[in-house]
Ligand binder design. Sequence first.
Ligand code: FAD
Length: 515
Amino acid sequence: MARINKVLVVGGGTAGWLVACYLARAMRSSDPSGIQVHLVEAENIGLLGVGEATFPSIRGTLAAIGLDERRFLDGAHATYKQGIDYRHWVRPPGVSGRGSFFHPFSLPSQRPGGPELLPYWLLGEAPSGLSFAEAVTMQSRVVEHARAPKRPQDPDYQGPLNHAYHFDAACFARVLAEHGTQTLGVHRHVATVERAELDERGAIARLITTELGPMTADLYVDCTGLRSHLAGGAMQSPFLSRADVLFADRAMAMQVPYDRPDAPIPSYTIATAQEAGWTWDIGLQQRRGVGYVYSSRHTDDARAEQVLRGYLGNAAEGLTPLRIRFETGYRPEHWRHNCVAVGLAGGFVEPLESTGIALVELGAYLLTHALPADLDDLPRIARHYNTMMVARYERIIDFIKLHYCLSQRRDTGFWRDNTAASSIPQTLQDKLALWRYRPPHRLDFVGDLEMFLVASWQYVLYGMEFHTDLTPMRRTYTQAAEARREFATIQQVAARALDDLPDHRALVERMVHEH
Ligand code: FAD
């Protein structure tokens, strides 16, 4: 039986360092003399440098690798993220009616034995004027009042409200590199991989680097970003484009200073719909990260820059945008022979719900869980890994498309094309048809294959004013009185939470100061 003794991660961005730390931590705790984790990164090839918003799974990942929360906040210039504020997605500005909605990370309130609140909200039992998110969780109210999701005395990565983080991608990679090398025993090498030499079966025999010559391992993890040097290059694993569903393929990003040092920091991403895509606006400790994600089929770079500058106003003066090209899609074979791609090297879904880093986390868990005792098992493990990743990608693509296809915007070609049935996957059309007469239920999903649980689908569906007609089923909903009491309780608890939870900027500064 041939054991895996050495894993070589190629690439030192978020993907490379997260995988290396996760693997090293898991391997050391189970067998300190076990698998060695090495990482090689090129000094002359930069990171992508965007990827600033995360998904709540990041808390479990950072806790699992043993990184102290205060050290992380300080080193990565991080702030808290409690959800996404979608502006002008329902209708364009200037058209009457609600144009925006909030997708909170906290689940709808559900008392044990109490009613599920969604049907009662649909039946009009919630206080009038409250959106679904406002009616079922206090998180919208908390973020509106600039409150944090936790208190300083809460344990690391825990707090009363579900949350993730915003951070500076380059600083995050540095914190992970320090933690990986100083605490977890990851061996770091600085070198550029020029090419891979394959053996007679097509597996990687060795990597040839410019500075250090040949490097070998039992398993190679390709984290070389959009270059996909090993998976797309040496292994020639094909890329499956999904640009027919999600059109955005360009981004233009700027690092924008705050206008004053004590400017409030929103604890949510602001995603504003634009004529050919959307802008992200993320508050970090010392600056904002702002970018325009757009479709080159529906606009050109010069017009995109005007839109981005128009969004920022005076704040954009003197700033030069970073330009990025990408395509939504993935390699159905992330894993071939002894090479597995994690992060952008394996695929990417446009960044609307911040799934990039969450997919890296998933790759790290799957890889750690799947690592075979016997190298001969690699083909079986690869098949399982690929099936799991493909299923996740396809479900994420459906979920992101949901935001576009339900829009009432028809003001530009981008929005008209996005709402055309021909661009909506059949799997998503089937879900929407199902929910015309009953709301989404957790049993509509295979939980382990989903990144977004039923609550997220509900927040986006009803935020986008999807209509579920419950009148034929009205008689089956018999707990209206309990539901009304619960709706009232949520509003009372929200009022108390505003006293209990600290201001967001104040919490971040205190946590950083305490480090
Ligand atoms: P990179 O950051 O590109 O790192 C690649 C690494 O490989 C570098 O260290 C480089 O030096 C090294 N390398 C490359 N070639 C070689 C070689 N030949 N030899 C040695 N080393 C090499 N994700 C989110 O979760 N949230 C977001 O908000 C988000 N926003 C995004 C916005 C845009 C416009 C884009 C395009 C992506 C966004 N993502 C987001 C995705 C996110 O950026 C990535 O998932 C994440 O940064 C991981 O990148 P990576 O490590 O795979 O690649």
